[in-house]
Design a protein around this ligand. Structure first.
Ligand code: FES
Length: 137
């Protein structure tokens, strides 16, 4: 059996949604200290839906394939679904990863989680700013 599935090779060779979203309102960046790979996710969230998502991954082929697949899985999805995305689901959507490459899919889960945390902290800041401008009126 080939080490990597067709899907992994396809997403590695032709990654979807590569790049930067200039006006992203949720950005997550994570790294794996052991291999040194880094993944950055940019999300544009509107009305609770991921309207757009792009990524930059400085890492191995499995990390690139995982980021690409993860962006496809969350694009157009409500945040309630995005929060449920696990690295296992990413790996399954890629028709599996070798066991010693599973940690690469973990980066994708963590990058999205970190972007959602960023989004939540921005939303809270906006709510606080709104409240303080309200009280000035
Ligand atoms: S080897 Fe580091 S993410 Fe794949």
């Amino acid at each position: 059996m080939a080490l990597y599935s067709e899907k992994v090779m396809d997403h590695f060779r032709n990654p979807r949604n590569v790049g930067v979203i200039e006006d992203a309102n949720a950005i997550g960046e994570v790294g794996n200290a052991k291999c040194g790979d880094i993944m950055k996710m940019y999300l544009k969230i509107e009305n609770g839906i991921v309207e757009d998502v792009k990524f930059e991954t400085f890492g191995c082929g499995s990390a690139i394939a995982s980021s690409s697949m993860a962006t496809e899985l969350i694009k157009g999805q409500p945040l309630s679904e995005v929060r449920k995305l696990t690295n296992k689901a990413v790996a399954e959507a890629l028709d599996g990863l070798p066991a010693y490459k599973m940690h690469c899919s973990v980066l994708a889960e963590e990058a999205i989680r970190s972007a959602l945390e960023d989004y939540e902290s921005r939303t809270q800041e906006n709510a606080l700013a709104d409240r303080s401008s309200e009280s000035l009126k």
